[in-house]
Design a protein around this ligand. Structure first.
Ligand SMILES: Nc1nc2c(ncn2[C@@H]2O[C@H](COP(=O)(O)OP(=O)(O)OP(=O)(O)O)[C@@H](O)[C@H]2O)c(=O)[nH]1
Ligand SMILES: [Mg+2]
Length: 310
């Protein structure tokens, strides 16, 4: 008898949701950066454990939204949580502990604030969530207890796991549990499929990750990537053209870098990873365009399943 179901992974920005989904799946399906608000739309990765197929839905971080894009992202995250067979709430325990001790960076305090918002949201949910305390590689074991109790006492969880999505500690236990939680039924995807994201969208995401990795200080949230052409060539290679949108002229210069060096690095890093992911030679061509309003452009995000009607 097989089992199959959807599991939504929710949490504050930067909690490590995409890292966890990639680790559970065993391959990269969702991009990871040190920036908050990296994931913009729900990404599905498929994990298998014995007879269970788990469709993991990586969601955008839940936070207090301002821009229209942000509102659509947060709504998408809650929407997936409602639809799922189980919800994993992932918490950056390092940030929680620092704030509980009266310290922490402004980013840690923002994260703790977002965790409180999510707990409030979960109080209205129809069933309890699984709490996963992440980044335990960064904290002392004895400091975990107080934070665990504080969160558990909110009454919105029925289980707690302590994990490091980064180094894999505890992740197998969580995976076995999730495998048991999904209901009996036929699998949704073929056994060899690990992601459900169109190749052109994945290609755009990989390039966006490289943009963030390279120029994250200078371009906070200001860039977006669109694949404009994706052609399979007779020789087995693929030709990909992409446009990177920035909001201002000055950002275009930053992205290009001196003599085009920065863009060249981004293109090369993206091409290498795409070659590996797509398992064939990739010819990648990047263009940079200035479009002040890309974040307000409804059509731009429709492909990603984001709903702008707020
Ligand atoms: N030390 C440590 N770092 C981690 C762990 N898990 C994730 N990270 C790091 O935390 C940062 C954020 O990881 P992501 O997986 O992008 O986080 P996210 O929750 O998907 O973030 P958003 O998509 O922005 O909401 C990255 O720099 C990761 O490498 C962990 O278990 N330990
Ligand atoms: Mg993410």
């Amino acid at each position: 008898m097989t089992r199959a179901g959807f599991i939504a992974v929710i949490g504050a920005p930067n909690a490590g949701k995409s890292t966890l989904v990639n680790r559970l799946v065993g391959t990269k399906v969702s991009i990871v950066t040190q920036k908050v608000q990296t994931t913009r739309f729900p990404v599905r990765g498929v994990a298998i454990d014995a007879e269970s197929q788990m469709v993991l839905v990586d969601t955008p971080g839940i936070f207090k939204p301002r821009r229209r894009l942000d509102r659509a992202m947060v709504r998408a995250a809650w929407g997936r949580a409602e639809d799922a067979d189980a919800v994993v709430h992932l918490v950056d325990v390092n940030a929680e502990i620092d704030v509980a001790d009266g310290g922490g960076t402004p980013a840690d305090r923002k994260a703790a604030d977002d965790v409180a918002t999510i707990v409030e949201g979960l109080k209205h949910a129809s069933r309890k969530a699984i709490l996963a305390l992440n980044k335990i590689d960064l904290v002392r074991r004895d400091s975990l207890l107080a934070v665990t109790r504080k969160l558990f006492d909110t009454g919105v969880y029925d289980e707690v796991f302590m994990i490091s999505a980064g180094n894999g500690a505890g992740v197998d236990d969580l995976k076995h549990r999730l495998a048991a939680v999904v209901p009996e039924g036929p699998w949704f995807y073929p056994a060899d499929q690990s992601a459900d994201i169109p190749a052109r969208l994945l290609a755009a995401e990989i390039t966006r990750e490289k943009v963030y990795l390279r120029v994250h200080e200078e371009l906070p949230y200001a860039a977006s990537v669109e694949t404009t052409a994706f052609q399979e060539r007779p020789d087995g290679s693929v030709r990909i053209e992409q446009t990177i949108y920035v909001e201002r002229d000055g950002q275009r210069g930053i992205l290009l870098g001196k003599g085009g060096q920065t863009l060249k690095w981004i293109g090369e890093a993206s091409r290498l990873e795409l070659t590996e992911l797509l398992e064939r030679p990739v010819h990648l061509f990047l263009h940079v365009k200035v479009k002040a309003t890309w974040a307000e452009d409804r059509g731009f995000f429709q492909d990603m399943g984001l709903d702008f009607d707020v």
